[in-house]
Design a protein around this ligand. Sequence first.
Ligand code: GLN
Length: 318
Amino acid sequence: MPVTAAPDLQAIVDRIAGEMAAREDRGKVADYIPGLARVDPRHFGIAVTTHDGKVHAAGDADIAFSIQSVSKVFALTIALGKVGDALWKRVGREPSGNAFNSIVQLEAEHGIPRNPFINAGAIVVSDVVLAGHEPKEAIGEILRFVRDLAGDDGIGIDDEVAKGEAETGFRNTALANYMRSFGNIDHPVDQVLGVYFHQCALAMTCRQLARAGRFLMHEGQHPDTGFNIVSPMRARRINALMMLCGHYDGSGEFAFRVGIPGKSGVGGGILCVVPGIASIAVWSPGLNERGNSTLGSLALERLAAATGWSIFNQREPG
Ligand code: GLN
């Protein structure tokens, strides 16, 4: 039995937004591209969508930000839809314990990235999404998919961010070339990265992002249409990957403090899924040393404590 509906979610998110607004320890905004570097670190937003379709939002929940690696969840979902479990021959399902953009494991592990949420794994996923398409079509497919999940055609891609990613993406280019040398990238590296950089540049608000994650709390079903985006088993597995790999080498700490499957991005966003209960997005651009949102993580810790939504909680009987 799920924990009974949280007492007053609006009061909880309002209180969390108030606490976050007052905090000084906000971490460091990603500065490798101008499109991220100029974002004001004082932003904080939160949106919680619950199983009954309600949304509780506070702070800057309606300001769009760069979702960056949170997009890896959506790209993975598309890739699994295309090739199914064959994907797991090319990408692993284990936490890496290394930084998001690390190359060190790839040599010993023959060009097979540890999981789809580190950069190397996400680049393989982009290669799968690209199959049978021109890069522009693949980017369009990802954008349409996210718009459909959120039920919001206002979602777009920030071209300046995408361009910045391409101009500074030396490491991602190295990862892609290295994996190609092992035969684990099928398409030209510049095309694969074109897809990857544009998905990273998706601009969404907390409200849109929380809505886009709803299918993962609904056992894979689109709550607006009733259609299966993925099977219940696949939704469970994507949630499992988010739990174990969604915060890179900070995944253990996030599980310890929050206990909810989540995926972070260097734009400062985090998408969290409480199966059967809620899809949550938070955003605060300041990052900790692992590249995860400092206040976003703290806000989720507060939310989990206030609602009892950690998946490691002992549920109340009946
Ligand atoms: N665009 C970033 C990169 O590829 C995404 C990384 C992230 O959000 N952790 O380096």
